[in-house]
Structure formats: C-alpha cells, structure tokens
Design a protein around this ligand. Structure first.
Ligand SMILES: C[C@@](CO)(OP(=O)(O)O)[C@H](O)COP(=O)(O)OP(=O)(O)OC[C@H]1O[C@@H](n2ccc(N)nc2=O)[C@H](O)[C@@H]1O
Ligand SMILES: Nc1ncnc2c1ncn2[C@@H]1O[C@H](COP(=O)(O)OP(=O)(O)O)[C@@H](O)[C@H]1O
Length: 268
C-alpha cells in the first residue's frame, strides 16, 4: 500500500500557558498542504525499514514510522512488514513531516490489516507519538488547542489561494523553540481571527515563536518580508520554524531563492 504523508502549516500560533506536564497549551489553525513524503508498506516475511530522499538524522530505530508500527504491533499482534519512506518534507521546519509519517503508518496499518480502528482510536495512538501527530489522522483544517492534539472545527475557506513555502536550511528543534517563548493569554481567539478577511491577518494573526526566533535568525524575518514584497496576502513562519510561507491570491509568482533553500509551491 502506497500513500503520501503531507505537511501542515500553522495559521497563527498562540502559546497560552505552560502546563504542569512541561508542555504548553496553544491555539493554532493547522492547515494541510500537499508537500508530501511517500510511504510504502507491504506484508513481508520479516520486518524491514528502508529510507531514501532527504537524510533523516539519528538511528533509524528511533524513526517515528517504526515507533508507530511498534505501537500497533504490540496491541494487535501484527505480522511483519516492509516499510519504505521516501523523505521529501524538510525536518526541523515546522511542517510536521515526522508526525505526518507516523500518523500515516497508523492509517495504513489500519487499512492493510483491517483493524477497524475509528478516528478517535487512531488519534489516541497518534497522541502517544507526538503532539502534532493526531492532526494528520483526519488531515483537515482545524483549530488545535491544549497540547495541539485537541481539535475544534475551523471555518476557513482558502479556495483560490496558493502558497509558497520556503525552508532556508536552518534546523530548529521544537524544544528549542518552546524554551524561548513567554506564554501569554491572547486578546483574540483563533476563531475570531480566522473570521476576518485575509487582508487583515497581517496585523492580527501572529506566530508567537517569531518573537524569539527572528532576532536569533534574522534571515527568517527577511524571508517573511520578501514574501510580502512579492505580493503575499499573508506571510508567516510555520510552527516552530524554520520554514516561512506566503499565501497569494490566485497563482503564486515564481520566486528565486538561494540554491540551498527548499521551496514548495501549490494550491491551498
Ligand atoms: C510547534 C508545533 C506547532 O504545530 O509544531 P512543529 O513546529 O514542531 O511542527 C507543535 O506544537 C509541536 O508538536 P510536536 O512536534 O509533535 O512536538 P512533541 O514531539 O510532542 O514535543 C517536542 C517538545 O516540544 C515541546 N512542546 C511540544 C508541544 C507543546 N504543545 N508544548 C511543548 O512544550 C516540549 O518541550 C516537547 O518535549
Ligand atoms: N519519519 C521522520 N521524518 C522526519 N523526522 C523524523 C522522522 N522520524 C523521526 N524524526 C525526528 O523528528 C525530528 C522533527 O521532525 P519533523 O516532525 O519533520 O519536524 P518539525 O517538528 O519541525 O515539524 C527530526 O529532526 C528527526 O530527528
């Protein structure tokens, strides 16, 4: 079975408070985009995990794909599989690629072995793998709250808009980004912000990580500015960075970036 784990962008990201478990309560609109990895899984005589594409740092045993497989294998006594991951989505980019791979492993296993797990059950397993992971089970725009793993419906229509996402090769770990923020209760809820015309988002929709990360990595602030200069209706860093995106009415222009940057352009 072949599938294509996609990335997400964060439209606004408000970090509200630090929790007793060390995580943060947040509010953000998670929006799926079709910058995708490829993931293939087949029943096999013994377990095998292989990778191609962008190199994933660390021991393959710690890959979220294997963690997701092991989670369900223990519970449902699954037969062995051969999994191949072709990595396209940059890592440490705020695009949730690793979380998406893990959620897609759960989704594929559910289908391949007819486990009959409902969305709630799959989200329950996904939460054990990472805060972002549960979003990719349903993979539709939502307002994520609490740890980023509880969802409220998002009323948002970006039909006719396109998006350019630029990854400048700066690797920022999620933990590093959270360590730099001072949580604050926002004046406006995400629901209220999303209701406003996109032309107003520039002034009212914020990613709280930008405040500490832009002074540390000025290139990111410049990128955001470049996207506005190119005509973006809205531009922001996504998640804990370092990818920065611009949303354009109609077709986004072809922009030129340094050769080592990774760039995706597509419809929303
Ligand atoms: C910032 C966000 C926004 O969408 O996305 P990314 O930029 O990583 O894609 C998410 O909150 C990232 O979620 P995820 O990448 O799954 O994080 P996890 O693996 O659960 O946690 C990694 C570390 O980030 C911190 N963390 C994460 C989530 C959260 N709500 N509060 C936190 O403080 C904790 O220090 C934790 O140890
Ligand atoms: N399948 C995977 N794809 C990407 N990263 C993975 C994967 N499995 C484990 N990781 C680890 O998770 C880290 C965060 O990856 P990712 O979710 O893509 O970034 P971000 O949290 O910025 O959205 C990577 O730096 C890597 O060490």
């Amino acid at each position: 079975m072949l599938d294509f784990p996609n990335a997400k962008i964060n439209l606004g990201l408000q970090i509200i408070s630090k929790r007793p478990d060390g995580f943060h309560n947040l509010e953000s609109c998670f929006y799926p985009v079709q910058w995708c990895d490829a993931l293939e899984m087949l029943p096999a005589p013994e377990n095998r995990f292989s990778m191609s594409g962008l190199p994933v740092p660390g021991n393959p045993e710690t890959n979220l794909c294997l963690k997701a497989y092991k989670l369900l294998e223990q519970e449902y006594n699954l037969p062995p599989v051969h999994m191949h991951l072709h990595k396209v989505i940059p890592m440490g980019a705020g695009l949730g690629g690793g979380s998406s791979d893990a959620a897609f492993v759960l989704r594929i296993l559910n289908k391949l072995f007819d486990l009959k797990l409902a969305v709630d059950a799959l989200q329950g397993y996904a939460r054990k793998l990472g805060s972002d992971c549960a979003f990719f089970v349903e993979n539709k725009p939502v307002i994520a709250v609490e740890r980023g793993d509880v969802f409220e419906p998002a009323i948002i229509d970006l039909k006719g808009y396109s998006c350019v996402i630029v990854y400048p090769g700066i690797h920022i770990t999620t933990a590093e980004a959270y360590a730099g923020v001072t949580p604050e209760k926002p004046t406006c809820t995400m629901e209220m912000v999303l209701k406003q015309d996109i032309k107003l988002w520039k002034d009212i929709m914020h990613n709280d990580f930008e405040k500490s990360l832009f002074p540390k990595y000025p290139e990111l602030a410049r990128l955001k500015e470049n996207l506005y200069e190119a005509g973006a209706a809205y531009a922001s860093m996504t998640g804990s960075g370092s990818a920065v995106y611009g949303i354009f009415k109609g077709d986004a222009p072809d922009l030129i970036f340094p050769q080592n940057y990774l760039v995706w352009k597509g419809l929303l």
